[in-house]
Structure formats: C-alpha cells, structure tokens
Design a protein around this ligand. Structure first.
Ligand SMILES: [Zn+2]
Length: 274
C-alpha cells in the first residue's frame, strides 16, 4: 500500500509529459550569437512593465545560452550600480540552492537589478520564501518565478540519507516528500545512487513550484490572471545547462498543509496522492 502511495504521488506530480508536465525546450537555433542589447542594460520600470512572463523566460534562456557558449555580456558594473541606486525593476525571481556552483547571476548571465535571488539549501519553500516572492511580484512587479534545482545536490543527498544535524534536520525534512515520492526501482535509495539523487531533486522542484501556487493566495491570483508565470528548472552541474519545466500544466492541486507548520510532511504528501 505504501508503495502505491509513493508511486501515485510520483506519477501525479512528476517527470513525464503523459500527465501534463511540459518541458520548455531551449531553441538553440534562435540563440543569439552575441549578447543582446537588453542583456547589457539595466532593467527600467518601462522595460519591466512591458515585459511578458514569456519574454522574461526567453531572457533567462538566452542568458544560459551565452553562459554555455562562454559569451557572457561585458557589463559596466560600476555604471549599473549608479543606474540602480534609486530603484530596481527585476524581471524574475529565482529560488535556487545555496550550492556554490549554481549562482544564478552567472548561470543566466545577469547584471545588477535583473532578478531577485532567493537561495537556501535544497531550494526549499517556506513562509519566508513565499513572503519574499509576494513582495517581488505583487509589489516590485517581477514577471516570472523559477524554482531552480540542480544535479548532485548535497541537500537531496542529506535528505536521502536521513542526515541529522542541528537545524539542518528540519530543513531536510522539507525535502522528504520528494524522497518518498520517487518510486522504488530496486536500486539504492541513498546518496550513493546519483540517479535517485537527481530524481529526488527534480521532484523537489516540481513540489516547490506547486507549493508556491497552492500556499500563496497572492501569487496564485497573479498566476491565474497570467500576470506572472511559475516554472521549474534543473541545472546540470556537469554541463552548465538549465532545462526548464512547467509542472503546473494539467496537474492536480496539492492540498494546503493542515497544520500551522509550513512544511509538507511525508504523510501529507502521501495523502495528496489520493
Ligand atoms: Zn543543492
């Protein structure tokens, strides 16, 4: 019975287009050969107002293409300091891991004032992250939320191995729904199995994207009227490439937590499969 709960959660939420998960593909043929002027300039209020969520997505995609090609834009950062001194108009928020190899300003070739960057181990969602995102999108006008996981993530490994250490224990508990959500395949379910680690990482992104919508009335309202988009991404630390996902298409909602705690427990996650 327990297995079926795990399997149904995974199938309902996870990685396969059969159930509506849409991979957003980079179009390498349309990738710019050199940095676009927009990539070099500070985002103005008018730029942000006119930018659609899909245009924000394309800008990130183009930045990752430049990063991969070693064609990062040559920005005048001191000039950007002056240009952003009296205000900021970021076009996106990126919720990513604290991992030192995944700094989004590098991965997406960004300048000052381009994005809000929220970084916690395991790109977890909690009330503080949600409050920050609500400011970023309801108040500051950003158009796109990306939850960015990455391969070989140490936080996923810690959750897989049931690591217990001070305050880290409660952080890793937020990743447990993804750990139990990946179905058994006869292979080890520990950090020694890197495929399992990455399966947990991808499911953790999907659950995070869904939590943002389900746990924030403010962001759900913005998303419902298409003022913002909410997508997932997964950074390959071996290649530098980001693959994007749209976990919300065709997926059933995740019930909101019933307790005051802002974590989704493994039990609650299993429940959500029914
Ligand atoms: Zn990580």
């Amino acid at each position: 019975m327990h297995y079926f709960r795990r399997a149904s959660l995974f199938q309902a939420l996870c990685l396969f287009p059969l159930l509506g998960l849409v991979a957003l593909r980079a179009n390498s043929s349309s990738a710019p050969a050199s940095p676009t002027p927009a990539a070099l300039a500070v985002v103005t209020e008018a730029d942000q107002t006119l930018m659609s969520p899909s245009a924000a997505f394309i800008r990130l995609q183009e930045g990752n293409t430049r990063f991969l090609a070693g064609r990062r834009a040559a920005r005048d950062l001191p000039a950007q300091v002056k240009a952003t001194a009296h205000g900021q108009h970021p076009f996106a928020s990126i919720v990513s891991c604290m991992d030192s190899r995944t700094a989004v300003e590098h991965v997406f070739d960004l300048g000052l004032g381009d994005v809000f960057s929220l970084r916690l181990a395991g790109n977890i969602i909690n009330d503080d992250v949600l409050g920050s995102l609500e400011y970023a999108h309801k108040v500051a006008g950003a158009k796109l939320i990306v939850v960015l996981g990455h391969s070989h993530c140490g936080a996923m490994k810690g959750a897989d191995d049931d690591v217990v250490l001070g305050n880290l224990t409660s952080l890793l508990a937020r990743i447990k729904p993804a750990v139990v959500g990946v179905p058994a395949d006869g292979k080890p379910r520990t950090s020694k199995n890197l495929k399992f680690v990455d399966d947990v990482g991808r499911l953790n992104v999907i659950l995070a994207v869904r939590q943002i919508r389900e746990r924030s009335i403010v962001l759900r309202e913005l998303h419902d009227r298409q003022a913002i988009d909410i997508i997932g991404g997964f950074y390959n630390i071996e290649t530098g490439k980001v693959e994007f996902y749209r976990p919300l298409v065709g997926a059933a909602p995740v019930p909101a937590p019933t307790s005051a705690a802002d974590s989704v427990t493994p039990a609650a996650a299993a429940k959500s499969a029914h």
